[in-house]
Write a protein that binds this ligand. Structure first.
Ligand SMILES: NC(=O)c1ccc[n+]([C@@H]2O[C@H](COP(=O)([O-])OP(=O)(O)OC[C@H]3O[C@@H](n4cnc5c(N)ncnc54)[C@H](O)[C@@H]3O)[C@@H](O)[C@H]2O)c1
Ligand SMILES: O=c1ccn([C@@H]2O[C@H](COP(=O)(O)OP(=O)(O)O[C@H]3OC[C@](O)(CO)[C@H]3O)[C@@H](O)[C@H]2O)c(=O)[nH]1
Length: 389
């Protein structure tokens, strides 16, 4: 329900905004658009090269918000309409990026262009036209933890000082240049520094978001169903694909890396607070993650296997996982972040936000969606003899 009587965290009325959302057709963009349409009076100029994930918000014309969302099929690499759309809006949110690890070492040029060069005009137009910018960076800017360089048996590895990632304290630790995995993190770091400098020197009003593994429905694609057969999406979709096809889940380099996963709906609440509380969010860099949902990738595979069995009614596989090397899975130049625990001090202080959903609960709702959306299509694809279309 769109209401104009919304108030911010300080009790001030929130005026309806026009938001230029670049990358609105992706995973995060689709959830943001959905919530903006159903819960606020704000307007969205939705820019992307694709719109499949927001089709349900664009059609039919009779939808209650149809006069508040406009889709513009635009590639920001080369489209002269970009500045005009930024000028029309009160706020720009930039989500556009190549952000799947399988691309970082195999398409490093595209990755660097997408995450740095293509974002430059967005920052410039916002700065020159005095428009507020919320830019999506990544937890990957932290790279590896300091603790990763300590001896395996060092007691300091248990000390949070050596692994908790703090926006205003932690260093950015990347591997050597030949480890092209870090092309993405490095490009994101440089665009963060540029935005920060535009704020310091030219007064750009900005907020930088560092998402820590947001997951949920509509993330990436299932290879061979709604994406390329040989494509490698992020881990949620990789493991979902394995479960749907009843194949063992592939653990890269033993599945020892650790991640904290957050439910997309919790994370979107945090972005909402940033949108509607500019006085508290401007000039800030925010970690957005769930420090309580930490697992190794192996534990994630085991939990997803158990949850999928529950929601699909199918028995778990006898051999649920298989080990693969990162070279086999991602190719030369892959490297990994060892551990990612977000410090929540700044987002708590500025916006009073906390994540709510446990890993089990978020996997239950997400895998229910994956099963409902893809199980039939996978069955048909498997039943089709090879070579037929
Ligand atoms: N999902 C996460 O957990 C996560 C974690 C860290 C950082 N991020 C960052 O958040 C942002 C959004 O991530 P996501 O998970 O929604 O990814 P996504 O790939 O689903 O969405 C990105 C969208 O940007 C669009 N896009 C890319 N290049 C474009 C261009 N040149 N012109 C127009 N549109 C373009 C894509 O078509 C896609 O729809 C990215 O900047 C990503 O780096 C996400
Ligand atoms: O089949 C698989 C796929 C992946 N892994 C391993 O899982 C870990 C997490 O992988 P993934 O979610 O794909 O990506 P990352 O967490 O490494 O990086 C993302 O973090 C945020 C973001 O910026 C955008 O989403 C992106 O860079 C990892 O260790 C893989 O090796 C697996 O074992 N099996």
């Amino acid at each position: 329900m769109a209401s104009s009587a919304r108030v911010d965290l300080d009790g001030n009325p929130i005026k309806p905004l026009t938001i230029c959302m670049i990358g609105a057709g992706g995973f995060i963009g689709s959830h943001l658009c959905e919530k903006i349409m159903s819960e606020t009076p704000h307007k969205v100029l939705a820019l992307d090269v694709y719109n499949d994930k927001i089709k349900h918000l664009l059609e039919p014309d009779s939808l209650p918000w149809s006069d508040r969302i406009q889709f513009h099929r635009i590639n920001i690499k080369h489209d002269s309409r970009l500045e005009g759309l930024i000028k029309m809006a009160d706020l720009t949110i930039n989500l556009a990026a190549i952000c799947t690890p399988a691309d970082y070492n195999t398409r490093p040029l595209d990755t660097i262009y997408s995450n740095f060069i293509d974002a430059l005009p967005v920052v410039k137009y916002c700065s020159e036209n005095n428009k507020r910018l919320i830019h999506f960076s990544t937890c990957e800017v932290y790279g590896k933890t300091i603790g990763a360089f300590l001896p395996k048996d060092s007691p300091l590895r248990q000390d949070p000082e050596y692994y908790v990632l703090k926006e205003d304290v932690s260093p950015c630790i990347f591997g050597p240049i030949e480890k092209q995995r870090w092309s993405y993190a490095c490009a994101k770091q440089l665009i963060e520094r540029l935005i920060y400098a535009e704020g310091a020197e030219n007064g750009l009003e900005f907020t930088i978001v560092r998402p820590f593994n947001w997951i949920g429905p509509r993330m990436d694609f299932i290879p061979g169903i709604d994406g390329p057969s040989e494509g490698v999406p992020r881990v949620l979709a990789c493991f979902s694909n394995n479960l749907l096809r009843r194949e063992p889940l592939k653990l890269v380099d033993g599945g020892e890396s650790q991640r904290t996963f957050i439910y997309i709906k919790d994370a979107i609440e945090a972005v909402f607070l940033m949108i509607e509380n500019p006085a508290r969010a401007n000039g800030q860099i925010f970690n957005v993650g769930n420090p309580n949902n930490e697992v190794t990738v192996r534990q994630l595979a085991e939990m997803m296997t158990e949850v999928y069995s529950k929601v699909s009614g199918e028995p778990p596989l006898e051999v649920p996982t298989v080990d693969v090397t990162s070279k086999e899975f991602y190719g030369v130049g892959y490297d990994d972040s060892d551990k990612r625990i977000p410090d929540m001090t700044i987002i708590n202080r500025q916006l009073g936000w906390n994540p709510k959903t446990s890993l089990w609960d978020l996997l239950e709702s997400t895998l229910t969606y994956q099963h409902r959306t893809y199980a039939e299509a996978i069955k048909k694809a498997i039943a089709k003899p090879a070579g037929t279309s």
